[in-house]
Design a protein around this ligand. Structure first.
Ligand SMILES: C[S@@+](CC[C@H](N)C(=O)[O-])C[C@H]1O[C@@H](n2cnc3c(N)ncnc32)[C@H](O)[C@@H]1O
Length: 305
């Protein structure tokens, strides 16, 4: 079974679509959202600033994250189509070792919006990050997927993944002996292991906090049709724009920093030129061979345990 990006993209349009409409604006998210035509967006997917005092943050206080989200929620819902989706990717706000799970904060605010219903809380897990010494090292963030209305788009077949045991058969009942799995693959579940964008990742740019293209690509494939409109109001280096371009969707996004818009434009231009400047969604996660020096246990590790 062919789960490659090219086969998926061929089904949904072109591999490298000839210039779907991609709009990348230098703008404040609140202004950008309030200027969108009400009821015009099929999917909003974004990762807002976590108020952690990063170079692009204007605050280090979770109270400001809450206040911003109280203002964002009605703007986001207003921009969505009646059957549209809102995917909000957040991690944890950490100050002096005290953790606030930001999805809990977002859920409290977004679920109060009339018409929004939570469909999944997706765990995005990855192998690398800061090593904590007084708590367990954080290796996941989350995506809250809300829909506006009940009649929402969900194309599961577009994002099925290979089964672990595709040769499994029914062992009783009327179909006894027949293969029991779906020939298109299985549901990818709500726990997604996708490498995060660290220094040697093919997608790494000068943006300090990118999410991987594959993370957005699965959402775009499942929650929209080719030609539909994807929006990211905090688009940073443009990972969502790249995913939309790869999947032949229209895109509109903004960021408040000029240098990130330049990065996003460069990335989208590379995709439109047919360059593979992204990690394919179906590439297996690297497993150390055990033969290279870096994956061998130094002798003193053994003696110390
Ligand atoms: C977590 S990053 C998003 C990264 C993005 N997902 C990517 O893959 O590159 C949040 C972004 O929001 C931008 N930002 C912060 N405040 C903003 C505002 N008021 N309007 C628009 N963008 C803003 C920051 O410049 C930053 O690039």
């Amino acid at each position: 079974m062919d789960h490659s990006l090219s086969s998926q993209a061929r089904k949904s349009g072109d591999r490298y679509p000839r210039k779907p409409a991609i709009r990348l604006e230098l703008q404040d998210a609140f202004v950008f959202l309030s200027e969108l035509k009400p009821g015009s967006v099929d999917l909003i997917v974004s990762s807002p600033p976590y108020c952690m005092g990063r170079e692009y943050d204007t605050s280090g206080r979770v109270e400001d994250f809450i206040a911003d989200h109280e203002k964002l929620a009605p703007l986001l819902v207003n921009a969505l189509k009646a059957r549209g989706s809102l995917c909000w990717q957040v991690g944890h706000h950490v100050r002096s070792g005290v953790v606030v799970p930001l999805d809990a904060v977002v859920y409290q605010i977004f679920s109060r919006q009339p018409g929004l219903s939570l469909r999944n809380r997706i765990i995005w897990t990855f192998g690398h990050g800061v090593h904590a010494s007084r708590r367990f090292s954080g290796r996941h963030e989350t995506i809250l997927w809300f829909t506006k209305g009940e009649n929402y788009e969900f194309n599961l077949d577009a994002v099925r993944i290979p089964q672990k045991y595709p040769g499994k058969r029914y062992y009783k009942g009327p179909n006894k002996g027949d293969f029991s799995g779906n020939p298109l693959g299985k549901n990818p579940s709500d726990v997604w292991e996708i490498p995060n964008v660290k220094s040697r990742h093919v997608e790494k740019t000068d943006h300090p906090c990118q999410f991987p293209v594959a993370l957005v690509q699965r959402l775009v494939r499942a929650l929209t049709k080719p030609g539909e409109l994807v929006v990211d109001p905090f688009m940073g280096s443009g990972s969502s724009a790249v995913a939309a371009a790869l999947e032949a969707r229209r895109f509109s996004g903004c960021d408040i920093k000029k240098e990130y818009i330049t990065i996003a434009r460069t990335r989208v231009a590379a995709i439109e030129a047919g360059k593979e400047v992204y990690r394919p969604a179906d590439r297996p996660i690297y497993q150390p061979s055990g033969r290279d020096a870096v994956s061998k246990r130094p002798p003193h590790f053994t003696s110390l345990r």
